[in-house]
Design a protein around this ligand. Structure first.
Ligand code: AVI
Length: 324
């Protein structure tokens, strides 16, 4: 999660922006939300009273660390705990703390595309947990998992994909993602994912439409990033954040709406884009699951559910899957 730096990264960013703004409806990929400022705003989102997801996952880890460890241990005596996109690792730290107190035999392997984020996390974890063995891996999730499959085949892997990150994929994309994961894992390896569940639609909508405007700032920050990195001239005040939740498909979606008819120039693309008044740019999906949808997802992607852990309100689940 850093500012786009290399030429190829900048080119892919520009190409993705071009194809998104040429589509109908226009769209921008939420994977570009997380430059330094976007990551900072996301930290703010996680502290919002309306954004329940982070607190639910922390509650599960705080209250059920022993049961989670039992479920891991029951399957495997020693393991590699591989975390995809660990962020600041604060929730994982709750489990690591418990595992170390139980003298668990494991190695922590965080994987991230950002070398800087990994360096900070490793330094922090090494200071917090002097006995923890950390082997950080910089790069693409799948490529790193493939190499681990070859180099440490004898070690059982427990892959963590927390924070409801799977919600930011469409349902077809999430099947493809987990299928790729399962082919990079060995039989009997485990996957531990954080999933936001369907609930009172008003609770979900509020989480993406906070009255303090932090989520709005988060979305608009992508336009600022495009201005800065791709030499564009989005007038930020001419766009407004709009969030929706549809209980029929369980999808929360966010948009930036053009308040007026306008043209935006993107220097790096040598191209201009026209916006009609009230035209939306589709920014992000946050898919909410039922337990039935989760079971279907596991089955279609080569896993079976071993156990679901829930918070006290049953808003959220951490679901343990086994590769079959
Ligand atoms: C990172 N991801 C799981 C967040 C979510 O809930 O979809 C991103 C987010 N977007 C707006 N608020 C939070």
């Amino acid at each position: 999660m850093t500012t786009t730096s290399t030429k190829t990264e900048l080119q892919s960013f520009a190409e993705d922006v071009r194809s998104g703004l040429e589509s109908s409806p226009k769209s921008l990929s939420s994977k570009y939300f997380y430059d330094d400022e976007g990551s900072r705003i996301f930290q703010e989102i996680m502290k919002l009273p309306e954004y329940y997801l982070t607190r639910c996952e922390s509650e599960i880890f705080q209250r059920q660390a022993a049961e989670i460890y039992d479920a891991f241990k029951h399957e495997n005596a020693s393991f590699d705990l591989i975390e995809l996109g660990p962020g600041d690792g604060s929730k994982t730290a709750l489990l690591i703390d418990h595992f170390l107190k139980q003298s668990a035999d494991f190695t922590y392997v965080p994987i991230d595309i950002s070398a800087e984020a990994l360096r900070l996390l490793s330094e922090h974890f090494q200071a917090k947990f002097p006995d923890l063995i950390i082997k950080e891996k910089n790069g693409d999730y799948f490529r790193v998992l493939e190499t681990l499959k070859e180099t440490s085949a004898e070690r059982t892997k427990i892959v963590f994909f927390l924070g409801s990150n799977i919600g930011n994929f469409r349902r077809d994309e999430s099947i493809e993602f987990f299928q790729r994961l399962s082919s990079a894992m060995s039989k009997d390896d485990l996957l531990f994912i954080g999933v936001d569940l369907q609930k009172d639609p008003r609770v979900i909508l509020r989480a993406y439409d906070d009255p303090s405007g932090v989520t709005s700032e988060f979305n608009l920050n992508l336009l600022k990033r495009i201005n800065r990195e791709l030499d564009a001239n989005f007038a930020i005040e001419n766009f407004m954040h709009y969030a929706s939740y549809h209980p029929t498909d369980g999808a929360a979606r966010s948009y930036l709406i053009s308040r007026e008819r306008q043209t935006v120039k993107i220097g790096a693309l040598g191209q201009s884009f026209d916006f009609a008044q009230w035209e939306p740019i589709y920014m992000e999906i946050s898919q909410k699951y039922t337990l039935g949808m989760l079971e279907e997802l596991a089955e279609k992607s080569g896993f079976r559910i071993v156990k679901n852990f829930f918070d006290s309100k049953k808003y959220y689940t951490n679901s343990l899957w086994k590769a079959v």
